[in-house]
Design a protein around this ligand. Structure first.
Ligand SMILES: Nc1ncnc2c1ncn2[C@@H]1O[C@H](COP(=O)(O)OP(=O)(O)OP(=O)(O)O)[C@@H](O)[C@H]1O
Ligand SMILES: [Mg+2]
Length: 263
């Protein structure tokens, strides 16, 4: 048996706010294998982003364990944590927030190459051009400001930046949710192609089962910080068991009438 790339055990997180406590994660267990896509779905406030951000070490959990490539991710500090970050990348919904507002496209992609020292300075322009090509963008875009290109182009730049360090896992939080339907389908195709070429695993957070059906091998359904159901995308859509999954299927009517239709 292959070892899981990512293994989460008993993960818990509570937020305290104005005298009350919200349990955002309540004993989460999951495993993700190399080259696989696990989708995390669930209603608003179910804990998807908290889980994604905890795995990325942007939020510290109160309880539980995260192992990445067999190592204790929560024990990593300093240089070890940085080294691990090059193999565990992220793409968020809003690349506006993720990019320095004054950055050019080239600069945005160069950052991880420099920070993780993957490519010597003199070779970086060529590597940036190569990465732009990989994500279907013209290298002429390199000198443009990241805020001066379309939303779909910006999300491709975010993907180029994420793959620059040859990660084994990319955590995507609603990464295609803000895109128009036709642009979204093309970005999903790009993600699938990159996965086939590089064997990257995706943890793909989404509230849209139509999108999940296109990209995910398995789906975990979150409700109030717990995984209440786990299935293949097809099984989940055809035969949802939990109330949370039933609500998601009901909220995506096009799935029922034309399951093969492109999203
Ligand atoms: N920094 C925070 N401080 C206090 N409460 C928080 C914080 N972040 C998240 N929460 C709460 O934790 C719960 C889970 O939130 P989370 O953002 O993980 O949900 P989500 O599934 O990503 O929702 P959405 O689909 O709306 O993005 C919610 O009740 C939310 O209000
Ligand atoms: Mg969220």
């Amino acid at each position: 048996m292959t070892q899981p790339l990512l293994e989460v055990r008993g993960l818990g997180k509570r937020f305290r706010r104005a005298g009350s406590t919200v349990t955002a994660l309540d004993g989460i267990n999951l495993q993700l294998y190399p080259g696989e896509t696990l989708a995390l779905v669930g209603g608003s406030g179910s804990g998807k982003s908290t889980l994604a951000r905890t795995i990325l070490r942007l939020i510290e959990p109160d309880a539980g364990e995260i192992r990445f490539e067999g190592e204790d991710l929560l024990a990593k500090r300093g240089r070890d944590l940085r080294a691990m970050r090059s193999r565990l990348q992220m793409v968020f919904q809003d690349p506006h927030a993720a990019f320095n507002p004054r950055a050019t496209v080239a600069r945005a992609i160069e950052d991880p190459l420099r920070i993780h020292d993957v490519v010597p300075a003199r070779d970086r322009p060529r590597r940036i051009a190569e990465l732009l090509e990989r994500v279907g963008l013209s290298s002429e875009l390199a000198t443009r400001n990241v805020h001066d290109i379309s939303g779909g182009q910006r999300q491709r730049v975010a993907i180029a930046r994420a793959i620059a360090t040859h990660p084994r896992l990319i955590v995507l939080d609603e990464a295609v949710s803000a895109l128009d339907v036709s642009v979204r389908a093309k970005v999903l195709d790009l993600l699938v192609t990159l996965q086939e070429q590089e064997g990257i695993a995706y943890l793909f957070v989404s509230h849209d089962l139509g999108v999940v059906k296109k990209i995910a091998d398995r789906v975990a359904v979150l409700d109030h910080g717990r995984i209440v159901e786990s299935a293949t995308a097809d099984d989940l859509i055809r035969n949802p068991q939990s109330d949370a999954a039933k609500a998601l299927v009901a909220a995506t009517p096009r799935l029922k009438y034309s399951p093969e239709r492109e999203v």
